[in-house]
Ligand binder design. Structure first.
Ligand SMILES: C[S@@+](CC[C@H](N)C(=O)[O-])C[C@H]1O[C@@H](n2cnc3c(N)ncnc32)[C@H](O)[C@@H]1O
Length: 255
């Protein structure tokens, strides 16, 4: 892809796979093209690795944090399950929303919860909202343990943010999707690997081997789920696409 930005003429030219387009620099199309490139440059510079929530690092783009906050506030789930804990910042984020809404609790699964992370999460003022489970998210015993913590008729949101290989995410989708309640989502995060494949810090097979590919296959095979970006509750712009590291991530349970 070749992009030419001309701030004097206020135009942007994008050439991609033989297709040439020119937009006004101050347009929706220019914003989307620049944002797409900004995501790639920012990811290479580890921009999503620069934030924390109430004292704990979370490895997310602020835009994705805003969007999941909107969904959690709308759904007010009884249980939020996340695979991939790392430093615990995302669990603390969900727990803070549960506390503010006076509803919900959080289950976090990680193959390795490092001692200092566990200690920091357990010492946090929101720890009472969080259950930590150590083990592989696709291990049948771990899946059964998570399921045993969900009571019948509880509403459930699931966020997958552990091993991002297509195979692992496909196995997580199969294991955790039965817990997702109608109208809620299972979110296969970090499908951006698909378009990050050509940045210097990317892995070799990312174009094919990524969560978005797993999510699309899952949706094609499971008509009760559809890939659907949640509607924005507030929007006074002409924009309508998430600026996100979670493309094709939001699998909504429709039936
Ligand atoms: C991207 S980090 C999670 C970031 C966290 N959700 C946040 O927003 O800050 C990925 C985590 O997944 C964990 N992980 C890797 N493979 C796993 C597996 N098979 N089961 C569960 N967790 C796994 C890693 O140990 C790591 O802590």
């Amino acid at each position: 892809m070749k992009m030419e930005i001309n701030t004097i003429d206020a135009t942007i030219r994008v050439a991609n796979e033989g297709e040439h387009r020119e937009y006004s620099l101050y347009s929706k199309e220019a914003f989307e093209a620049l944002s797409h490139l900004w995501l790639k440059v920012g990811w290479n510079e580890k921009y999503p690795y620069t934030f924390s929530w109430m004292g704990r690092p979370l490895i997310q783009l602020p835009e994705d944090v805003m969007r999941i906050q909107e969904v959690i506030y709308r759904l007010k789930p009884d249980v939020i399950i996340e695979t991939g804990v790392a430093h615990g910042g995302s669990l603390i984020l969900y727990a803070s929303l549960c506390k503010a809404m006076e509803k919900g609790r959080v289950i976090g699964v990680d193959i390795e919860i490092r001692k200092h992370n566990r200690q920091a999460i357990e010492a946090h003022e929101l720890n009472s909202f969080i259950t930590l489970i150590e083990g592989s998210s696709t291990d049948a015993a771990i899946v059964a343990k998570v399921a045993s913590l969900v009571k019948p008729a509880e509403t459930v949101l699931v966020i997958l943010d552990s091993n991002h290989s297509k195979q692992h995410v496909a196995a997580e989708l199969a294991a955790y999707s039965p817990l997702v309640t109608i109208g809620s989502y299972i979110v296969a995060t970090d499908g951006s690997m698909e378009f990050l494949h050509d940045v210097p810090r990317a892995g070799e097979n990312w174009q094919q081997d990524n969560p978005a590919a797993a999510a699309r296959e899952f949706a094609a095979e499971h008509p009760s789920f559809a890939i659907e970006q949640p509607a924005w509750p507030f929007n006074e712009s002409t924009l309508n696409q998430n600026i996100t590291h979670w493309p094709s991530a939001w699998l909504k349970r429709c039936s």
